[in-house]
Ligand binder design. Structure first.
Ligand SMILES: [Zn+2]
Length: 321
């Protein structure tokens, strides 16, 4: 099955296409086992496995166990069918500003609670942790997300806000690798505990190759990067942008991110913020792909990753998004 040409390129097309459970299974199996179905329990090859004729399962001649295409994937243990999972993933990676659990619930005819859980599992699938450092020209900037300091009464504001004006907010640091001749810029985002020197520079050193050109504003926390990098500092007092010395790419990304968070999600618990960041970075970094390709890439990474309900929530569900 040639998955890329087989799948349609619109949401409506995807919903129709995946409405047939056999098609869903064949699709996922083809992505997961491009060289034939392997046993996820014992690792036996395609020669040892066969499809049961009566149930949506395969069986392994070697370990005698039965298994479904969902085993060991983010879909495992879920009573929700692939006919809902796959269109939900389509929506997640292709709706430009993100999608809420309310929209998914309405469009797929499931409860909001189910949709909320699905979305969080799907965000895990699009979480791309690259171990390769980035290089070239890298813009570095931070922003704050959440919090309502502006709407607080002045007395309270004075009481709770300490120096940085960031109480109740989460600090996020972004690294944007500028594109070369062709290609496009990509971002990496990290939720950081504070914006102190040690914290911010640790992320930079963990993600950016030595000797790269980095661009930051005048924040003192970036002082000292010049020992490992070509450090360009923006002088905001100057009325013009000095050629390459700016973090406009990163600032544009922040405005996209904030628009998405404001428009789509009622509120984001700080605990879950990193998942939304992953989702937004995934769409941004893969923005030149077709919808179908972006969907396929996300689908392929859905295997080998699981997220249980308890691990996800810790306790009960704050179902606000
Ligand atoms: Zn087996």
């Amino acid at each position: 099955m040639d998955t890329e040409t087989a799948i349609p390129d619109t949401l409506l097309g995807a919903v129709k296409y995946f409405s047939d459970i056999e098609t869903c299974m064949a699709f996922v199996a083809a992505l997961r086992w491009p060289n034939g179905v392997e046993c996820p329990r014992c690792g036996a090859g395609p020669d040892a496995t066969y499809r049961l004729s009566t149930r949506p399962l395969w069986k392994c001649r070697s370990c005698k166990k039965q298994f479904s295409v969902k085993v060991g994937s983010i879909f495992e243990d879920s009573p929700i069918g692939l006919d809902k999972w796959l269109p939900a993933l389509w929506m997640l990676v292709n709706c430009k500003n993100g999608v809420s659990s309310y929209e998914i619930a309405r469009d797929l005819g499931i409860t909001q609670k189910s949709a909320w859980f699905m979305l969080h599992r799907l965000r895990l699938a699009v979480h791309t942790k690259s171990f390769e450092k980035i290089g070239g020209h890298v813009e570095i900037d931070e922003t704050y997300i959440g919090g309502k300091a502006r709407n607080m009464h002045k007395d309270k504001r004075d009481r709770v806000i300490t120096g940085t004006g960031s109480i109740g907010k989460v600090a996020v640091q972004g690294l944007l690798k500028r594109h070369g001749k062709d290609g496009h810029s990509t971002v990496r985002l990290s939720v950081v505990s504070d914006v102190r020197k040690g914290t911010l520079q640790a992320t930079v050193r963990a993600n950016v190759r030595k000797g790269s050109k980095v661009y930051t504003d005048e924040l003192l926390s970036y002082d000292g990067l010049e020992s490992d990098y070509v450090h360009n500092v923006i002088n905001h007092a100057e009325a013009y942008v000095d050629g390459q010395i700016h973090t406009n790419g990163m600032e544009n990304f922040w405005s996209l991110l904030k628009r998405a968070l404001k428009g789509t999600y009622v509120s984001v618990e700080p605990f879950h913020l990193f998942r939304y960041l992953d989702e937004q970075a995934y769409r941004f970094n893969n923005r030149k792909m077709s919808d179908a390709k972006r969907f396929l890439e996300a689908c392929a990474s859905a295997f080998g990753k699981r997220l249980t309900f308890t691990a996800l929530t810790g306790k009960e569900l704050p179902q606000t998004c």
